[in-house]
Write a protein that binds this ligand. Sequence first.
Ligand SMILES: Cc1cccc2c(=O)nc(N)[nH]c12
Length: 376
Amino acid sequence: MASTTTGPLSFDLKGTDGRARRGRVTVPHGVIQTPAFMPVGTRATVKGLMPRDLKATGSEICLANTYHMDISPGPKIVKKMGGLHEFMGWDKPILTDSGGYQVFSLPKTQLDEEGVTFRFEKKGGKKVKLTPERSMQIQQDLGADIAMAFDVCVPYPCDYKNAQDAVYRTIRWLERCKEAHTRPDQALFGIVQGSSYADLRGLSAQLTMGIDLPGYAIGGLSVGEGHSIMMAMIDCTEPSMVKEKPRYLMGVGYPEDIVEAVARGVDMFDCVIPTRYARSGVAFARHGRFRVSNARYKTDKYPLDTNCSCYTCKNFTRAYLNHLINTNEILGSALMTLHNVTFYQDLMRTIRTAIEEKNFEKFRVSFLQEYLAEDK
Ligand SMILES: Cc1cccc2c(=O)nc(N)[nH]c12
């Protein structure tokens, strides 16, 4: 087993099966078995889950967002309250995104070499500027185990020149992030961009790998490009990424995206899908996802997923969840979220075992066959 330590982060590559990797990331607040799924907790809470429930799902790390935490309550308050772990009552690892993506997904942003200026509507159009330095300051105050570089995530589609400019600016900003990032117990990850252009993906990967960091993310995907382009861009990027450090595919994704990205060498994932879909009444199960709020489930006495052992599936019927979601009851969001995140973590655990037992390809085919079966 190869073990690599860079600053506060160690990565142990425990085994491979084809390009799929079984590993372990160790950071100050604990160990993350990989391939890993990271639930998104944008404002220092995974919506609808108490930390004890989040632990019950099997989650070993969760996310928070720099942009949102800067708006409220502000990094200085979080720091004063002991940092994110203390503040949100989560003693396992945390990763914070840099604000790059969140800012570009907002209207009225202005981008220049210094950073990004955006108008925060709710505060009477207050202008807020995020720069590499400010993003690093905020993330160091928040105190997550892993901080993400401030990058330029272009929308999809994007013309070649703008995508190329974004690759070079992201590298210049990564240099500035590394310069500004001095917190010794926090790992900084670089982010590879390049939009949907194979040559720019390879260029961005090589330039990013040239900056020594504990881990690297593949950014600029899950922005509407679709599954096949997403997979093609991973294939253009992964071969240029160092093998002994973790690879994190940002914002991904559906179960079918995760399984196919693991097959291409990705170690870490984050996505709002299981939590956001839960709140709208969509449940994930072995046979695919379904909208439990549909009338057909009004008298369905079965659990969401008969294979699932989560608290929701052990105690409640689809009929009850149908009722809760259709009456917008808070408990509906909580129970659906608990199940969906547990489903994702059970999928990751099955993936890890399949890689250990060298039958990941057999698992990949059988999972997708059942999960994507038309006759649901
Ligand atoms: C959260 C997320 C999803 C998808 C893509 C990205 C990206 O390119 N850069 C950042 N910082 N975050 C992203």
